[in-house]
Ligand binder design. Structure first.
Ligand SMILES: [Zn+2]
Length: 459
């Protein structure tokens, strides 16, 4: 594919047109949706009209009314994608810690995360998305696959997340974590919120690059009765949409299944039609080689969240055995995907040169773009003509050459959030270094303190 190409028919005159000159452009994929990854670094110009790149080449000439930006010595690369996050955890940093030691993963859920999600109200859900989106964009993240829970404010919660992310300018794939832990009444509300949001997306008129997509959300098989799994499978079938669920985050999933007389977690999911192609499973710490093969056979995704696994002490995921559809998520810690990639790579090397290496780390990194392509139907990860203009601008002094064969080393060892000069989504600059935060800090802190107080009452 040539470096200079056209995206076809010119956009309408009303669309903003931007010419970026003399950049060092890194992208990961050609624009064709079925193309294999082909990371490249070229010096050149990008012309953006509306929400897409329309031309890429050398020495492009400005057109009438076009904004021209000189990016000499500056690096452009596709926006980072988080394959699994929890924006509802944004206001958790610094909250009072449980007085008793947290000995098991179940303790962490019952003493920390479940009291939090039972304490969030409508306003806190929106502010968590807004403040979390702000954290994300400052790390160069332009798309979040969010997994939401707020049991005291279920109905409409996905709209509030959409609002918060939308005000920052980010893209999102949203769902609500359905669960049986609040009883049948709350279970039904969680299912209904998933379906309501999917129906809303389905009714929107197609046009342009989608800002939001949805999946069918569920917490984890150990908080889901068989009947609920069946209902989740029905929603997946009705909307031809995959599931987004924690799976085998340590041994708890399997242990609870044994205690309850249920089949193994993956078998339960499969029996209820939840190994839907495109389903997004998260963690996979306690999966056998046969389980991994089953995910591969069903064309499902498995997301690795290495820092979260370390933090929760749930064990080490067998990243060398993950299926070909694999990706990286931050699991609510933050939205710094470069940090997540580093942790994955470093841990892969811990105890001698591990099984992961550069090739394995690249497989996970590029998987996030393959996932976004599959779910959004758009060629993310490319900055060729025709691709959505979602990219990061890095203006930091580059001390070593960046090339198509060493890009991963730069992601692992050189790129940092403080290098980010600006971030674009859909051709629009949504962040510039030095921008004011989107909400008043004192107001956010008051909201966090209110939620923490509510958590103490609901434990
Ligand atoms: Zn999670």
């Amino acid at each position: 594919m040539s470096d200079k190409e056209s995206a076809g028919s010119p956009p309408s005159a009303q669309e903003h047109s931007l010419l970026l000159k003399n950049g060092i452009i890194l992208d990961y994929f050609p624009v064709a949706m079925d193309a294999e990854p082909d990371p490249r670094v070229v010096r050149g110009d990008l012309r953006i009209k509306g929400e897409r790149v329309v031309e890429r080449g050398e020495d492009l000439q400005p057109q009438a009314g076009e904004e021209v930006v000189d990016l000499s010595g500056v690096t452009l690369l596709p926006g980072n994608i988080n394959a699994h996050g929890h924006l509802y955890a944004t206001l958790a940093a610094g909250m009072p810690q449980p007085t008793a030691p947290l000995e098991t993963f179940t303790d962490i859920l019952t003493e920390v995360w479940w009291p939090l999600d039972r304490s969030l109200d409508n306003e806190a859900v929106y502010l968590s998305a807004l403040a979390g989106g702000w954290d994300a964009v400052r790390c160069g993240t332009t798309m979040i696959f969010d997994h939401h829970a707020s049991l005291a404010a279920v109905g409409g919660s996905l709209d509030r997340i959409e609002q918060g992310l939308g005000e920052i300018g980010l893209r999102g794939c949203l769902c609500y974590e359905a669960t049986d832990r609040g009883g049948k009444g709350q279970r039904d509300m969680t299912l209904e919120e998933n379906e309501r949001y999917l129906m809303k997306l389905a009714e929107q008129r197609p046009g342009g690059v989608p800002r939001f997509r949805g999946l069918v959300g569920a917490h984890a098989s150990f908080t889901l009765e068989d009947k609920t799994l069946k209902l989740l499978g029905d929603i997946c079938s009705r909307y031809d949409t995959g599931l987004h669920i924690h799976l085998a985050e340590g041994p708890t999933d399997r242990e609870v299944s044994r205690e309850r007389g249920w089949k193994d977690p993956l078998e339960r999911l499969e029996e209820n039609g939840l190994l839907h192609p495109g389903s997004l499973f998260v963690h996979g710490v306690d999966l056998s080689p046969l389980d991994m093969q089953s995910l591969e056979d069903h064309r499902c995704w498995l997301v690795h969240c290495g820092r979260s696994n370390m933090n929760n002490g749930v064990g080490r995921a067998p990243v060398d055995r993950f299926p070909s559809r694999c990706a990286l998520g931050t699991d609510g810690l933050d939205d710094n995907l470069w940090g997540e990639l580093r942790a994955t790579y470093f841990r892969g090397n811990e105890g001698g040169r591990g099984p992961l290496g550069h090739q394995g780390a690249a497989r996970f990194w590029l998987g996030n773009y393959r996932l976004a392509r599959e779910v959004f139907g758009e060629p993310f990860g490319s900055l060729d003509a025709g691709a959505p203009a979602d990219f990061i601008v890095l203006d930091t002094f580059r001390k070593t050459p960046l090339a198509g064969d060493n890009w991963l080393s730069h992601l692992l060892f050189c790129f940092h959030p403080w290098d980010i000069a600006s971030v674009y989504v859909g051709g629009k600059r949504i962040y510039t270094r030095g921008d004011a935060p989107p909400a008043d800090a004192a107001f956010l802190q008051d909201t966090a303190a209110r939620i923490w107080k509510m958590m103490e009452m609901r434990k």
